[in-house]
Design a protein around this ligand. Structure first.
Ligand code: 5AD
Ligand code: SF4
Length: 455
């Protein structure tokens, strides 16, 4: 554990009385957003307030994502554009954190080519932020801490964006090394938080009015494997379900190789656990799954889907698909289309394969052109649009319980929220409903949302 109390006190003394503003921007997945909230928690202890406008900031932190090249390019563009801000305000401090920094060649590139950046902070070194910040304030040209620490910053109270939706990381890192994925290289091995810490955090959140708890991990199904005491993810869910209060529990992500019958039964048994499952399949082709090192076949995956459908044919499933994995043939791509037609997902999140240096797939030959990859993506989305349109019709005439999360961007006088099935529901209402549950009768369906009437 990094003793950051000392550095926080020093910074407090240095800043005494002067108001300081920080601009913290997180990219990528919800785990990264959650890290960004921890960074804000530390900055709050140092006395920073927050701004959405980088032009008025004394401190800028870009909390980056490395999962696809496009995300990295975007961040480099933003860092580049911040050179001007630094010239206008030489005391401005710019830091870069998150998954990009954990790749040595990137940390090196930032140090060498972007002198406007004062420090880089690794994904498990968030507690070192006060130390790096103090060094920067004292004029150190560049500092870095990208070591892997085991403490989970349990003591840092996150500054959460939302007053009713909270994400709670239950584990960090990944042991799976899917051949396309950079995550195991930038977030290290799996480390689970203790069940007691998670249960007390969720209890506190529910007591302070949070209505949706999103449990986060790269593969929540292996939660507890590194802990003694026999705790597993389904057991954790059952414990959390016992907490008093009106709230909903969601989780992501689940690796299909570890998705058990016990997990599915737990979802059905626990009244507070949302009735939806995100189960990333990536491809419907066994040969591609093998090259991805996913350690299941399409048949094995569909056995889980069948088990779910036999319990409830309306159950809501979503998935991730990678299009254009190295040397993906037409037949292999067709197998993915067949699988999504069979599984009948409510939604899919699809990505064109992005080569990540350091991963095994980056060494694989790939003769497929970008045009073919884009065409496959178009086709995949077209097929899924038809499936979503058909699937969403099952809600018409039904009652849904919705957690309202904002004003509708498409319809004036309407609010928007999510049902237990993670379906977007819009209905007539005003901002006083935001953060509340509402019972809604569905009158119309589309392929991206359903429209209803408050009961
Ligand atoms: N290229 C494209 N998509 C990727 N994903 C992970 N790595 C890559 C990559 N190199 C996708 C996977 C994963 C989701 C979070 O991002 O589908 O489930
Ligand atoms: Fe990446 Fe696979 Fe781990 Fe998910 S399970 S984070 S895709 S290596």
């Amino acid at each position: 554990m990094n003793d950051n109390r000392f550095y926080i006190n020093e910074l407090n003394k240095l800043f005494s009385g002067r108001s300081k503003k920080a601009y913290v921007r997180s990219f990528g997945c919800q785990l990264n957003v959650s890290d960004g909230e921890k960074i804000k928690g530390l900055l709050k202890q140092i006395g920073y307030s927050f701004t959405e406008n980088e032009n008025e900031a004394d401190l800028i932190i870009l909390n980056t994502c490395a999962v696809r090249e496009s995300a990295e390019d975007r961040v480099f563009g933003i860092i580049g554009s911040m050179k001007k801000l630094k010239e206008l305000n030489p005391s401005l401090i710019i830091g870069v954190s998150g998954c990009m920094t954990a790749q040595e060649h990137i940390a090196e590139k930032i140090k060498k080519s972007y002198p406007q950046v004062s420090f880089v902070l690794g994904t498990s070194a968030i507690n070192s932020l006060p130390k790096l910040l103090l060094e920067s304030v004292h004029g150190t040209r560049f500092s870095a801490d990208i070591a892997e620490y085991d403490d989970f910053s349990e003591t840092v109270e996150q500054v959460r964006e939302s007053k009713f939706k909270a994400s709670v990381p239950i584990m960090f890192g990944c042991n799976n090394f899917c051949t396309y994925c950079i995550v195991p290289y930038v977030r290290g091995r799996e480390r689970s938080r203790s069940a007691e810490d998670i249960i007390s955090e969720v209890t506190r959140l529910v007591q302070t009015g949070y209505k949706e708890i999103m449990l986060l991990g790269q593969n929540v199904n292996s939660y507890g494997n590194d802990l003694s005491g026999g705790i597993s993810f389904p057991k954790l869910l059952r414990e959390l379900d016992k907490i008093d209060g009106d709230f909903i529990i969601r989780f992501m992500s689940s690796h299909p190789k570890d998705a058990s019958i016990e997990l599915i039964d737990t979802i059905f048994d626990c009244s507070k656990v949302a009735k939806s499952l995100h189960l990333p399949v990536q491809s419907g082709s066994d040969s591609v799954l093998e090259r991805m090192s996913r350690r299941y076949t399409a048949e094995k995956y569909l056995q889980i889907v069948d088990y779910i459908r036999n319990r409830d044919s309306d159950f809501s499933l979503t998935t991730d698909i990678i299009v254009g994995f190295p040397d993906e043939s037409d037949e292999e791509f067709e197998a993915t289309l067949d699988l999504i037609r069979y599984a009948k997902y409510d939604n899919i999140y699809s990505f064109i394969y992005s080569k990540r240096s350091g991963t095994k797939a980056a060494e694989m030959p790939d003769k497929i052109s970008d045009e073919i990859k884009s065409e496959r993506m178009r086709k995949l989305l077209e097929v899924q649009r038809e499936i979503s349109t058909e699937r969403y019709q099952r809600f018409v005439g039904k009652k849904m319980r919705v957690l309202v999360d904002g004003i509708s961007k498409k319809r004036k006088g309407f609010v928007s929220g999510k049902s237990s099935e993670y379906i977007i529901v819009e209905f007539e209402g005003d901002s006083s409903l935001i953060g509340q549950f509402a019972d809604v009768e569905i009158i119309e369906s589309m392929n991206w949302a359903v429209i209803g009437k408050k009961i």
